[in-house]
Ligand binder design. Structure first.
Ligand code: ZN
Length: 65
């Protein structure tokens, strides 16, 4: 994340959406650009943080604790 994006986010100017991961309960940002991508394709918001999404892709299944 660039410094400007971070400043915008902290100042509340960013349209990034703060979401909570359904898998590890970590907070993550659904970035403005990503929101557009998802909306254009009629997809719903991601339920998992980028880390879990990556892990899922690698492990081919949900990770259990
Ligand atoms: Zn997660």
């Amino acid at each position: 994340m660039g410094l400007m994006a971070w400043i915008k986010r902290v100042a509340g100017l960013s349209k990034d959406k703060k979401l909570t991961c359904a898998e590890c309960s970590a907070s993550f940002f659904f970035e403005e650009g990503e929101q557009k991508f998802f909306t254009e394709r009629g997809l719903s918001e991601p339920k998992r943080c980028p880390t879990c999404r990556k892990n899922t892709r690698r492990n081919r299944g949900p990770r259990r604790h």
